[in-house]
Design a protein around this ligand. Structure first.
Ligand code: DLL
Length: 432
């Protein structure tokens, strides 16, 4: 078992919770005295820093949302003067102003430590050659993984996203053992590798450290088969630190949340009520070591659940269920709630298709329509029409029987759906 920081990763849970309580108290003091926004909010609610004595008081505190960050654009929630900030990242989001986050030198150290942990948890070590194909720039993926990989002592190839042929060439020539990128990009790299006729045997690749977007177990299997690797899911978000919030271990059964730095909760997204262990709901995080921009009870909109049972890997940190959807990417089509990941599972299970798809939603008259565009495998595409028709029906039937929703299936030629180099776009909603 490869631990990066065994005392922290395997800390006794009682000690861990004591540590969380202490750090929470410090964090609340820090934001109360250093961030006017939090001070005003707490005063409005009649909460003084002394009222927060430990974990048991967490639920007294108000939530923070992406809108709160936007309304305080760009630096309003920073808890230190800008002279103490050594790095700024931002996430673009779908509308308007980006959300901006700042790191002190100490925050960068913490982040690197957590990313080193994450990479080790996923199978990497100082002997690894890590190709970082997450985007470098304002996005936290590239630089976050990069600093962690250097901290780990691995050999880092900072290639960033894009130029896929070169990714394949370097992966072969430089003997890459770990590929770090989004799952959709990993799949695209596999595809280009095949086009370039680079055989798997010429690669040393062992692990994929994949994240930044939702992906199903079915997609994991595809990636593992196509690249001949173990694919590990890593989770994080800019508002909390970037990648390095949680990671799967070799058991691939939930992601360990680095609880000595972040306190997770699961809430009912409608009422805000904290839900008991095991229930599915919205994931909420409080940072307890961050200096630049500590966040209190941040609502991620990601849907997950928490599992406190001991993991065979020996790490004591709670596991979050793989995130398969967000409260805001749930589609409501003719009144039926649909997550893109549900359709992804169906499409991959059915076979004869490539895992590249797009859901096109429109409104014709007063009726919502769902069209599922899916690429057909090369060998089937040149085949007879009858087979294609039957495939279309099979997919539509399967969607109907799983979701109770009739969909029009459009089979498209291989390689016609746009490939992403970062986060994939799976939905085109024309109703808006
Ligand atoms: O995506 C940080 C990151 C970079 C994570 C590289 C992992 C690897 P943001 O751009 O702020 O940060 O987007 C955060 O992406 O709230 C989730 O909705 C989604 N997300 C991130 N990781 C996963 C994952 C980075 N493993 C948002 N599974 C989050 C599902 C994920 N969704």
């Amino acid at each position: 078992m490869m631990y990066w920081n065994k005392p922290s990763e395997c800390m006794d849970r009682k000690k861990l919770e004591e540590l969380q309580s202490q750090q929470l108290v410090k964090t609340i003091e820090r934001v109360y005295y250093n961030v006017p926004y939090y001070r005003n909010l707490m005063q409005e609610k009649g909460i003084m820093p002394e009222d927060i004595k430990g974990l048991e008081d967490l639920s007294k505190l108000p939530f923070t949302t992406k809108d709160d960050l936007r309304n305080n654009y760009p630096y309003g929630l920073f808890a230190v003067p800008l002279s103490e900030i050594v790095r700024i990242h931002a996430s673009s989001g779908t509308t308007g102003k980006p959300t901006v986050v700042g790191y002190t030198r100490e925050d960068i150290t913490t982040w690197s430590e957590l990313m080193a942990r994450t990479l080790a948890c996923g199978g990497a070590s100082k002997h690894s050659v890590i190709q970082v194909a997450y985007g470098y720039g304002l996005f936290t993926g590239g630089l976050g993984v990069h600093y962690g990989a250097e901290r780990l002592g691995a050999s880092v190839i900072p290639i960033s996203g894009g130029n896929t042929k070169r990714q394949v060439m370097l992966m072969r020539d430089f003997g890459t053992t770990v590929l770090a990128c989004t799952p959709s990009y990993a799949l695209h790299i596999a595809e280009v590798m095949k086009e370039m006729k680079v055989p798997r045997s010429e690669l040393k690749l062992k692990y994929g450290i994949l994240g930044a977007e939702p992906w199903t177990e079915e997609l994991r299997k595809e990636i593992e088969e196509k690249l001949g690797i173990t694919a590990i899911d890593i989770y994080g978000l800019s508002e909390i630190i970037g990648p390095g919030v949680a990671s799967e271990c070799q058991y691939k059964n939930g992601l360990h949340i680095w609880e000595d730095h972040f306190i997770p909760e699961i809430i009912d997204p409608k009422t805000g009520e904290v839900l008991p262990e095991g229930c599915e709901g919205e994931l909420v995080f409080t940072t307890i070591t961050k200096e630049g921009i500590p966040v209190i009870r941040y609502r991620t909109r990601d849907i997950s659940s928490l599992n406190y049972e001991p993991c065979p890997c020996g790490r004591t940190h709670v596991r979050m269920h793989k995130v398969l959807g967000r409260t805001d990417d749930m589609l409501i089509i003719r009144g039926v709630n649909v997550f893109p990941s549900q359709i992804e599972s169906i499409l991959i299970n059915i076979g004869d298709t490539e895992p590249h798809y797009l859901l096109v939603i429109d409104r014709v008259g007063n009726m919502d329509s769902l069209e599922v565009w899916i690429e057909v495998s090369e060998n089937l595409f040149s085949d007879e029409v009858r087979k294609l028709e039957s495939l279309k029906h099979r997919i539509a039937n399967e969607i109907y029987s799983t979701l109770g929703l009739s969909a029009k299936v459009k089979l498209v030629e291989p390689k016609t759906i746009e490939r992403s180099q970062g986060k994939a776009k799976r939905v085109l909603d024309r109703r808006k």
